[in-house]
Design a protein around this ligand. Structure first.
Ligand code: B4P
Length: 194
């Protein structure tokens, strides 16, 4: 089993690159953003709670997200591995994920961090906002999300650096070129399924 974390600020292309990685390596995709949006659209108690935070550009509380991840991993016991997209986003989430995977006799093998300058992030997210219908894709909330990332999520990079798992990748090139760079790192652990 191979487990990958795709890490980076809002709009750095985690969702975009995850789709390509999933189809190339046949990994199981776990996006906490997608899972949370699904809960919101179904108006579940978890979704109603999460919506309050997401609409403000804030992170959803750790215990809500961690509980959701654990259940999702258990749904795919025979997968080749997982790609965690947008999770972990805080140090407690990173520690909880390590414990969870240790309990399942596996671990995080690699963390790929997409690096994109802030003005380009804002431009991309405003562009996505024109079609996504997402309540958090407007200028005021995007600025809050980037602040929240710098305060709470950036420390996750140090956590994985300390564990020797972090690789930084420029996420500012085209989708294809960025993907090529990511595959160079992943191929050291896992080959594409043809
Ligand atoms: P997410 O759904 O994870 O989304 P994101 O960070 O906004 O975007 P992503 O990086 O995936 O960018 P994308 O590929 O779409 O988070 C949403 C919210 O959910 C959070 O703010 C938080 O409230 C909550 N949440 C999620 N996980 C949580 C957790 N673990 N703990 C607590 N709260 C959590 O790309 C963006 C745009 O750029 C797209 O339009 C794309 O087409 C474009 N793009 C991508 N790559 C490009 C490239 N190379 N060049 C040009 N444009 C590109």
């Amino acid at each position: 089993m191979f487990n990958l974390v795709l890490f980076g600020p809002p709009g750095s292309g985690k969702g975009t690159q995850s789709e390509k990685i999933v189809s190339t390596y046949k990994l199981e995709h776990i996006s906490t953003g997608d899972l949370l949006r699904n809960e919101v659209s179904r108006q579940t108690p978890l979704g109603t709670e999460a919506k309050k935070y997401m609409d403000q550009g804030m992170l959803v509380p750790d215990e809500v997200v961690i509980g959701m991840i654990s259940g999702r991993i258990d749904e795919s016991p025979h997968s080749r591995g997982f790609i965690f997209d947008g999770f972990p986003r805080t140090r407690p989430q990173a520690e909880a994920l390590d414990k969870l995977l240790d309990f399942k006799n596996t671990k995080i093998h690699l963390v790929l961090m997409l690096d994109v300058p802030e003005p380009n992030l804002i431009k991309r997210l405003l562009g996505r906002g024109e079609t996504s219908g997402r309540s958090d894709d407007n200028e005021e909330i995007i600025t809050k999300r980037i602040k929240e990332y710098n305060a709470k999520t950036q420390p996750v990079a140090s956590y994985y650096h300390e564990h020797g798992k972090l690789e930084k990748v420029t996420g500012d090139h085209s989708v294809e070129d960025t993907f090529k760079t990511l595959t160079k790192h992943i191929n050291k652990y896992l080959l594409p399924v043809t």
